[in-house]
Design a protein around this ligand. Structure first.
Ligand code: AMP
Ligand code: MG
Length: 419
């Protein structure tokens, strides 16, 4: 079934005209075609950005054989196995200096990171020696290569050290620095326009009147977009009327790379987002066979893509994780955009699974036997945001598959999503 053929049919409540989660993700990713321009940034500004060009090393790391320990550089031919060996100390080599070739029958005092002198072939740890005036007594018999870090043992000159499409973490920045790269070519940050719709919504900090609720989705979405290192165009809360909805959508189109909204994409006559997008651009409305989350919209106004998330706060969180996140990551230029799932042991029963795939808010902990065990929040309603705060990930349950305590289930840790 193509996403087009799965247009929302409010009359049909069966799962037969719904997209599977995979179909929806595949379709979205096939449309994630806005690779932004690139820019060069200094390493210290590059955290969380996506690398646009593969990087090769211009140097060997380490650049020369060097000592892995504080101790003495020696030559193993000066040792007799099983005997203590007394050697005069002929030189001192701190890190950052070059020693002279090692005189035969002597030891060089050496420090961690200092280049191993010519004619030495091993390092003896300080802990295995005694000092005796100008001499050192070595109480072990070294073997050639002991405690020597070889030139290029980490990286050879010309090696590709970073592949394009990586999101840069502290360790990637450290690796780039270790080969002397000072600036990286990264994709420009995406600008994401967000707003929520609903006459009932009040901004936190204001008093709540009868019939009103606080707008939580705007804050959840803001946090998730920030966690993906995008810039935000915050268009706030939009009332349920056609004029306001069209006005804010035009503003969003003019100011951002992607538009993400919550609410207003169901089938009620107070849901204006769907109709407004259809007037201004094009829209696919889908029902995805999942719980929570069912209604999801994807469209365009001009060249600006639009993702309409549902209104219920838990549905917003889950659909953002499953659909908006990989879409944004792919648009950022990333290659691997789907979260890893981890098999864990269910510590709960789920005996009446529905016809849709379920994403249960779950907490996974190691038990005493070292097994990762998942418990689930007792109230799994799509408005119960406390369930998301309590949990550390989502347990994914296939439609129609009953789960008994002890069964294996797939777990998507939030640490995968917001790494
Ligand atoms: P809708 O899809 O607009 O019909 O919204 C579905 C449900 O989610 C309703 O109960 C709304 O009150 C609630 N809802 C919609 N938007 C928000 C929001 N921004 N914050 C909290 N709840 C919301
Ligand atoms: Mg609404």
């Amino acid at each position: 079934m193509s996403p087009k053929s799965a247009k929302l049919d409010p009359c049909c409540s069966s799962s037969s005209n719904m997209l599977t989660v995979e179909q929806a993700i595949d379709y979205l990713l096939s449309k994630a075609d806005i690779k932004p321009e690139t820019e060069e940034v200094e390493l210290k500004q590059a955290l969380g950005r996506v690398l646009a060009e593969a990087q090769t090393s211009p140097v060997f790391v380490p650049p020369a054989d060097n000592s892995a320990m504080d101790g003495y550089a020696v030559n193993t031919k000066d040792f007799t196995p099983g005997e203590n060996t007394r050697l005069p100390i002929s030189q001192r080599i701190p890190a950052g200096t070059m020693g002279k070739p090692l005189a035969a029958g002597t030891a060089a005092r050496i420090f961690t990171g200092a280049p191993v002198p010519e004619d030495a072939n091993a390092i003896v740890m300080q802990e295995h020696t005694d000092k005796d005036g100008d001499c050192v007594i070595v109480k072990s018999t070294p073997e050639a290569g002991d405690h020597v870090r070889r030139r290029g043992e980490d990286i050879s000159s010309g090696d590709e050290v970073l592949t394009a499409g990586l999101k840069l973490r502290p360790q990637e920045l450290g690796l780039a620095a270790s080969v002397g790269i000072a600036r990286l070519s990264v994709y420009r940050k995406l600008k994401i326009a967000i707003f929520s719709t609903g006459d009932e919504l009040v901004t936190p900090g204001q008093p709540l009147k009868n019939g009103q609720i606080y707008n939580s989705n705007l804050y959840t979405i803001t946090g998730m977009v920030q966690a993906l290192n995008c810039d935000i165009v915050d268009l706030g809360t939009v009332p349920d009327d056609m004029e306001s909805t069209k006005k804010v959508l035009k503003e969003a189109e003019a100011s951002a790379d992607i538009i993400i909204t919550s609410g207003g994409v169901s089938v009620g006559e107070e849901d204006y987002v769907k109709a407004a997008i259809e007037e201004l651009g094009s829209l696919d409305m889908w029902r995805v066979a999942m719980k929570p989350g069912k209604p999801l919209a994807f469209g365009r106004i001009g060249n600006t893509p639009f993702i309409g998330l549902p209104g219920n706060p838990v549905s917003v969180f889950v659909t953002f994780c499953l659909f908006a996140r990989p879409y944004i990551l792919k648009c950022q230029g990333m290659e691997n955009v789907l979260p890893n799932k981890i098999p864990v042991v269910a510590d709960f029963d789920w005996l009446k699974p529905g016809p849709r795939r379920e994403f249960l808010r779950a907490h996974v902990e190691m038990d005493n036997g070292g097994n990762a065990k998942a418990s689930i929040y007792p109230h799994q309603g799509s408005g119960v945001l406390s369930s998301v705060v309590w949990s550390n990930g989502l347990v994914e349950i296939s439609n129609e598959r009953p789960i008994k305590s002890g069964d294996m289930v797939d777990f998507i840790p939030f640490s995968e999503i917001f790494a």
